[in-house]
Design a protein. Structure first.
Length: 143
């Protein structure tokens, strides 16, 4: 197992109580000062951390970079899907003014997605074209 002070820090990072020790300050037996605690990377004690099978420093770094980029890409893709969903719901509701406002926001998210590499340029153009056609059809229908 871990040394007692590391076990203490592991418990503190999971439980997250007084001074990060998981115990009340009166029950804490190690009395580790705040400044002298070992600094761990924030993802060291994730509960569902997958094992990385890399052996070289460069491949370990690549694995870390891939994980962080995947997180960013997932967030960008999620934002894009949410914006498209909001626009489609506004179009389905039949409110032309709300749909046109949402269309402007969605086009902005689409263009940013292209810049960030989440979508191909032609895919974004196709989405914008089809959504704009639906928006125009709604405007004609309500007018």
């Amino acid at each position: 197992g871990l040394r007692p002070e590391l076990t203490h820090l592991v418990n503190s990072s999971i439980l997250g109580d007084c001074r990060g020790c998981g115990l009340s300050s009166s029950a804490c037996t190690l009395k580790i000062p705040v400044d002298n605690r070992v600094k761990f990377p924030p993802d060291l004690f994730r509960l569902n951390k997958e094992k990385i099978m890399a052996n070289h420093v460069s491949s370990l770094k690549r694995a870390r970079q891939t994980e962080s980029k995947t997180t960013v890409n997932r967030a960008n893709k999620s934002k894009l899907r949410g914006s498209l969903r909001s626009l489609r719901e506004a179009l389905a509701a039949g409110d032309a003014k709300a749909a046109s406002e949402q269309y402007r926001a969605t086009v902005s998210v689409l263009d940013k997605s292209v810049q960030k590499g989440v979508l191909h340029d032609n895919t974004a153009s196709r989405y914008k074209s089809r959504l704009n056609a639906r928006l125009k059809a709604l405007a004609v229908k309500t007018a």
